[in-house]
Design a protein around this ligand. Structure first.
Ligand code: ZN
Length: 331
């Protein structure tokens, strides 16, 4: 694999590209319907879903994309890795997308801080992220460029650079002028990152502004390792009668009414007050969960639940991810 790594990778990505072209036509109608549904329930496209609004769309596409499993027997590899008892390494290549006209590169300190934050969060999963290299990438796209038209440029201009079984972390700038004043309404439409949930592509995109945020990079890596939003579907009941079949499919993340309810949270208590589900039971979402959309609590650091950790621990051995796992001395 190593000797023809680049060639294989280009082939795989091109294969994906051509498959995507085919699916593009056949899925465009459903994509539009899904997007309209999502957008109708959001305050704005980016505010609600800059990181994630299209995960359903991306997942639908990526479920049809190619297979990149480099081990003939996944079970043997899993057994070998588990028997080692070692902390497992996942390599990451950082791509800093830099404008030639107004070059601003991300400092090494900020990148290191991001890795420190992510590694602390993923220690319970038993994996550690290792930066293989950091590249400046001058084919310049902003976050908004990549997100436009259902992430078309992300699919057609970015993933061709992706690596096999290594996370490609793309750090991007924002456009200027994301805030608006419209009569008495004013606000800002700013996404923070995106990737697909448990998808095939190796890429994660994060806005440079947010790489040192205590939540955002860990949140996006959570999607990469198959975690959904705690509010997914907005239809989980507080009494847990439907918690394993809908929502984020994890029962120890309490029902979460979603991103529109931040005003109902006391961020010192880290509690929501006065929001009820259809049975009249008060929502008590985990405000400090990495996979929610709430702001940071003053007294409680962000955390994953054991159910989320278990879901990721299982997914790292899935055919989509097992190739990423290495022992320290494996390159
Ligand atoms: Zn998300």
């Amino acid at each position: 694999m190593k000797s023809s790594y680049l060639e294989d990778n280009i082939y795989i990505q091109l294969k994906r590209y051509s498959k995507y072209r085919t699916y593009q036509l056949t899925t465009i109608l459903s994509v539009i319907i899904i997007c309209l549904t999502i957008m109708s329930s959001c305050k704005s496209t980016y505010q609600c879903d800059g990181e994630c609004g299209n995960t359903d769309v991306l997942n639908d596409l990526e479920s049809e994309l190619g297979t990149v499993v480099t081990f003939e027997n996944i079970e043997d590899r899993k057994e070998y890795l588990q028997a080692s008892g070692e902390e497992l390494i996942v390599d990451v290549i950082v791509w800093d997308l830099v404008s030639v006209i107004e070059p601003t590169t991300v400092s090494e300190d900020r990148i290191n801080q991001m890795f420190n934050n992510i590694n602390a969060a993923y220690a319970p999963v038993g994996i550690k992220f290792r930066m293989l290299k950091s590249n400046v990438y001058t084919d310049y796209f902003t976050f908004e460029d990549l997100a436009e038209d259902n992430y078309e440029k992300y699919y057609f201009e970015i993933i061709q650079n992706n690596s096999e079984n290594i996370i490609d972390l793309y750090l991007v700038d924002h456009e200027k002028g994301l805030c608006f004043i419209d009569g008495n309404t004013r606000g800002c439409q700013k996404g923070k990152g995106f990737t697909s949930t448990g998808g095939w592509t190796s890429s994660i995109v994060i806005a440079k502004d947010d790489i040192t945020d205590m939540k955002i990079p860990t949140h996006e890596f959570g999607h990469f390792f198959n975690l959904e939003h705690t509010f997914k579907g907005y239809d989980e009941k507080v009494n847990q009668t439907n918690c394993d079949g809908i929502g984020d499919y994890i029962c120890d993340t309490p029902a979460d009414p979603g991103d529109g309810y931040g005003a109902m949270v006391n961020y010192t208590d880290c509690e929501m007050y006065g929001v009820f589900d259809e049975d009249g039971i008060a929502y008590k979402p985990m405000i400090n969960n990495y996979m929610g959309y709430f702001s940071a609590c003053y007294m409680k650091p962000y955390a994953f639940t054991q159910g989320q950790i278990d879901r990721m621990k299982a997914f790292i051995y899935d055919e989509k991810r097992i190739g990423y796992l290495k022992m320290m001395d494996e390159l």
